[in-house]
Design a protein around this ligand. Structure first.
Ligand SMILES: O=C(O)CCC(=O)C(=O)O
Length: 288
């Protein structure tokens, strides 16, 4: 695998970011999330995982439970989504500026935001095999993958196959159709580093070869000009994870999970084309 192209020093140049996204299908930018905020998020995530008994009270990240069969799984997965700081991260000033440059001023983060706590491979943990994102009906949906902890390469961070953003939707989101190889790019990540990638960009994550959980998350973004899939407005993996009323109990504000007033959600694919590349509308498939 090759090293990801680092766009950190060009982060103020919106035009260049748009061009690079159009050409490469991804952007890697270091240190985007405010350092105080990402420390708060990491500390809150660790607290939530301790409360759910995923990890021991001593602060080590060695997992005590092993996957989704354990009833404590949902307490941890939902516990992170109940953190106000976790959702507030999507409103970080620098992240907002970057996403506005890419998608326009009317962009917004989907209310549902996915935490990724990836288990060590030797404890049976899996990793994300090459795939596209699950949004087939609006080509201008971008994801931001954010490293919450330190993610050295052997902990298996995000990997991307550049220049696949224009290949259109692959059946089954492309699962099983390609493997990681020399044309792929990855890197080691530090807290607050992000990778932005297009909805159709083929990506995955590498095996976690350490003893500790890998902490990261992914948010999705789009313009309010066209509808979002209905599930975008829900907590990730609802109803396994409870609804917003339960998750947001005790928050200071619900604005982190409230989309702009003009946003619509639908189960019917829109027929418009996007501007960041993607498939023509007639190739958009049935709704999920
Ligand atoms: O972090 C991971 O392991 C997978 C990330 C991913 O597939 C995504 O963000 O869409």
């Amino acid at each position: 695998m090759k090293a990801m192209q680092d766009s950190t020093i060009e982060v103020e140049d919106g035009e260049l970011l748009r061009e690079r996204m159009n050409e490469e299908g991804y952007l890697f930018i270091r240190g985007v999330i405010d350092s105080k905020l990402i420390r708060e998020v990491k500390s809150d995530v660790l607290d939530a995982l301790r409360r759910a008994q995923w990890i021991a009270a001593d602060g080590s990240l060695q997992p005590l439970i092993n996957g989704q069969e354990d009833p404590r799984y949902w307490a941890g997965f939902g516990g992170v989504q109940a953190l106000e700081s976790f959702h507030r991260m999507a409103f970080d000033t620098r992240l907002t500026a970057i996403m506005s440059a890419l998608l326009g001023e009317d962009m917004y983060p989907w209310p549902g935001k996915a935490p990724y706590m990836m288990w060590p491979e030797h404890l049976g943990g899996t990793h994300a095999k090459p795939h596209q994102e699950g949004v087939r009906w609006s080509e201008d949906v971008l994801s931001t993958w954010i490293s919450i902890g330190n993610t050295p390469m052997r902990q298996g961070g995000l990997a991307v196959l550049p220049r696949t953003q224009n290949i259109g939707y692959l059946p089954g989101y492309g699962y099983g159709q390609s493997d990681f190889g020399p044309e792929w790019v990855t890197t080691g990540f530090e807290p607050g580093d992000i990778v932005i990638f297009h909805n159709f960009t083929v990506h995955g994550s590498l095996p976690n070869q350490t003893d500790e959980l890998r902490l990261s998350c992914a948010f999705k973004w789009q313009s309010a000009r066209y509808p979002a899939p209905a599930e975008a407005g829900l907590p990730v993996r609802y109803p396994g994870v409870p609804g917003w009323d339960s998750l947001t109990a005790g928050w200071t504000s619900r604005r982190w999970i409230t989309p702009p007033d003009n946003v619509t959600f639908t189960r019917i694919p829109p027929s418009r084309s996007g501007t960041l590349g993607g498939v023509p509308p007639d190739r958009l498939s049935a709704p999920v």
